[in-house]
Design a protein around this ligand. Structure first.
Ligand SMILES: Nc1ncnc2c1ncn2[C@@H]1O[C@H](COP(=O)(O)OP(=O)(O)OP(=O)(O)O)[C@@H](O)[C@H]1O
Ligand SMILES: [Mg+2]
Length: 175
């Protein structure tokens, strides 16, 4: 089973992915993979990121035997051909702190906090038609999320079914 571990920047994908790798899982950062396969596109100066040709990347991943059972980590991973998408979530007010701790500029914090509040990644994931689960990491440790991921890999679905996480109350507080 190939799994995508996605979520808004700062929700903990890389931290959780690294911990899963230390526990013996095959974990690959989608961005590293894109670079390795020469599929990083144009530079987006404003966002300080580079575009990724997701279709070409998807093809390369599907043809790579080593990635058959991999956990693909990154905020684009839910757009790839996987058997299951796990979206990490974080309460917007807490995500704002995590991103500010990273010294992200205010505009970038705001952009990502808004995306989280509006379920952008979750909606994109659901639109793929593939199975999607979500983990609320707000009050969890990295190890706690790793445990949740291992429960999911062992077959748990109900506990992490989508539709229970709702940040609308926080959003209403913005007005
Ligand atoms: N429960 C948690 N799970 C994961 N990370 C957490 C948790 N609680 C706090 N953190 C912290 O939040 C930060 C998440 O950063 P990380 O780089 O893992 O996010 P990311 O989702 O990979 O972001 P990006 O999309 O920018 O790569 C880390 O500093 C991590 O220690
Ligand atoms: Mg990351």
């Amino acid at each position: 089973m190939r799994v995508a571990l996605s979520g808004t920047p700062g929700t903990g994908k890389t931290s959780v992915g690294e911990a899963l790798a230390r526990r013996g899982h095959t974990v690959v950062e989608v961005n590293h993979l894109a670079k390795e396969k020469g599929l990083l596109g144009r530079r987006d100066r404003r966002r300080e990121t580079r575009e990724v040709d997701t279709a070409a990347l998807d093809k390369a991943i599907s043809e790579d035997e080593r990635l058959r059972g991999a956990i693909l980590v990154g905020h684009l991973s839910h757009l790839l051909t996987v058997d299951l998408i796990v979206v990490l979530r974080c309460r917007p007010s807490v995500l704002a702190i995590r991103l500010a701790d990273r010294k992200y500029p205010e505009a970038k914090v705001k952009e990502n906090v808004e995306a989280e509040a509006l379920d952008v990644v979750l909606i994109e994931a659901a639109e793929t038609g593939r199975p999607v689960l979500e983990i609320d990491t707000t009050a969890m440790s990295v190890d706690g999320v790793v445990e949740a991921m291992e429960e999911i890999l062992a077959g748990e679905r109900e506990k992490y079914a989508i539709g229970h996480i709702d940040w609308s109350e926080e959003v209403l507080g913005w007005f």
